[in-house]
Design a protein around this ligand. Structure first.
Ligand code: 5GP
Ligand code: MG
Length: 192
């Protein structure tokens, strides 16, 4: 049995398939090609938001010019499947952003609170031009003042998804596909 078949059957119990590994790979390559053109000639800095954009940022980066600088910030705003609406951790994050063009990369745009808070922090640090690339964008209303990404991989329904970097309580980040988390995997499973 080859790897995709084994992998698919292993991942299928986590939830219904939303985006396959192949579809994600094709879309990431297309986004990277567009970003390469938009930022040519450089320089610019990629700011990846951890933990969710771990795989997306790594895959994008491999398609970008070798000089591309990358920085990661750690931001947390979800408890389980619920947004706290209050991104934590940004006050501890910094870097050499004065006068730089910055492309913020995140896994998913939901309420928009995270990107709004990141934008404020980057402006305080003197970033010159800030743009956004998100792999997923949920079809739902945004918070007032939420930035609009220039690059969006996929528009998805307003459901809780996992895989390709997105977790549920620290699990499922390593899935190659993106899935709608099955109800029976939520909450009760950890403390049966
Ligand atoms: P926002 O601040 O836009 O409401 O939420 C953005 C962050 O919430 C994302 O970076 C991601 O970490 C988390 N998030 C939002 N929706 C989902 C989801 O469906 N699944 C997972 N695993 N995380 C999500
Ligand atoms: Mg995130």
């Amino acid at each position: 049995m080859n790897r995709p078949v084994t992998q698919e059957s292993r991942e299928s119990e986590i939830g219904n398939l939303l985006l396959s590994e192949q579809l994600i790979r094709q879309r990431v390559e297309a986004l990277a090609a567009d970003i390469r053109t938009a930022y040519s000639p450089g320089p610019f800095t990629i700011l990846g938001l951890l933990n969710g954009s771990l795989l997306f940022t790594a895959d994008l980066l491999r398609e970008l010019p070798p000089e591309t600088e990358v920085v990661f910030w750690r931001v947390k705003s979800y408890e389980g499947t619920i947004s706290t609406g209050n991104p934590e951790g940004l006050e501890a994050e910094g870097g050499e952003f004065a006068g730089r063009r910055v492309l913020v990369v995140d896994d998913i745009l939901d309420s928009g609170c995270t990107l709004r808070a990141v934008e404020k922090r980057l402006r305080d640090l003197g970033a010159r031009a800030i743009e956004y690339c998100v792999l997923l964008s949920k079809q739902r209303p945004r918070s007032p003042g939420a930035p609009v990404p220039r690059w969006i991989g996929f528009e998805i329904p307003d459901q809780f998804v996992v895989g390709y970097g997105l977790d549920y309580e620290g699990r499922y980040r390593g899935l190659r596909s993106i899935r709608v988390l099955a109800e029976e995997k939520m909450s009760m499973e950890r403390f049966p």
